[in-house]
Design a protein around this ligand. Structure first.
Ligand SMILES: NC(=O)c1ccc[n+]([C@@H]2O[C@H](COP(=O)([O-])OP(=O)(O)OC[C@H]3O[C@@H](n4cnc5c(N)ncnc54)[C@H](OP(=O)(O)O)[C@@H]3O)[C@@H](O)[C@H]2O)c1
Length: 162
C-alpha cells in the first residue's frame, strides 16, 4: 500500500491557525480534491470537525482517542495508526490529510508526499513536522503564479521516499 501525506504549507511549514487554514487558495482546494478523490482519507478529529460535511466520494477515517466518539454515518472512527494501517490493508493508496499530530504519527510510514508549497509567510500555530529532505526525492513539480482568486505563488510538489 502506498501511504501518502497531502498538505499545504507556507515557507515555514505552517499549515494552520487555530482551526483555520491561514490562506484562501481555491486552486489548492481543487488539487486536494483531485489527489484524494476515490481514496480513503485519514484526518485528526479536529481537522474533521472543521469540515461542513464528510469529504464526498472518499472513505473518511477519523483518528481520535475518544472511544465513544460519534461520527456521521458512513465515516470510520479509529484510535491508532496501527488500526488504520490494518483496516486499509489491500488499499492502493491511503491519503493522510492532517493535522499536525496525524502527519507526525504517519511520517515514518509514508512513502509519498503531495506538498503544496505556498511561497509566502503567514501567522499561525500549527506546523507540518520537520522532515529529512535528503530522504525524499522530488519526482514532479507544478509551479503556479498568483491570479485574481489565488493571491500567492505556489508549487505543487510530489515527493517519493528514496
Ligand atoms: N494546510 C493543510 O494542509 C492542513 C491540513 C489539515 C489540517 N490543517 C490545519 O490543522 C489544524 C487542525 O489540526 P490539529 O493539528 O490542530 O489537529 P488534528 O490533527 O486535526 O486533530 C488532533 C486530534 O486527533 C486525535 N489524535 C491525534 N493523534 C492521535 C493518535 N496518535 N491516536 C489517536 N488519536 C489521535 C486527537 O483527537 P481527540 O482529542 O478527539 O482524542 C487529537 O486531539 C487546523 O488549523 C487546520 O486548518 C491544515
Amino acid at each position: 500500500m502506498i501511504v501518502s501525506m497531502i498538505a499545504a504549507m507556507d515557507k515555514n511549514r505552517l499549515i494552520g491557525n487555530g482551526p483555520d487554514i491561514p490562506w484562501q487558495m481555491p486552486v489548492d482546494r481543487r488539487h486536494f480534491r483531485d489527489m484524494t478523490i476515490g481514496k480513503p482519507v485519514v484526518m485528526g478529529r479536529k481537522t474533521f470537525e472543521t469540515l461542513k460535511r464528510p469529504l464526498g466520494k472518499r472513505r473518511n477515517i477519523i483518528l481520535t482517542r475518544n472511544r465513544t466518539y460519534e461520527a456521521p454515518k458512513g465515516c470510520i472512527v479509529a484510535h491508532s495508526v496501527e488500526d488504520i494501517l490494518q483496516l486499509c490493508e489491500g488499499t492502493e493508496e491511503l491519503m493522510i490529510c492532517g493535522g499536525a499530530p496525524i502527519y507526525e504519527a504517519f511520517l515514518p510510514h509514508a512513502n509519498r508526499l503531495y506538498l503544496t508549497r505556498i511561497h509566502a509567510t503567514f501567522k499561525g500555530d500549527v506546523y507540518f513536522p520537520a522532515f529529512d529532505t535528503e530522504a525524499w526525492q522530488e519526482v514532479k513539480r507544478i509551479d503556479g503564479e498568483p491570479d485574481e482568486k489565488n493571491p500567492y505563488p505556489y508549487s505543487f510538489v510530489f515527493l517519493e521516499r528514496k
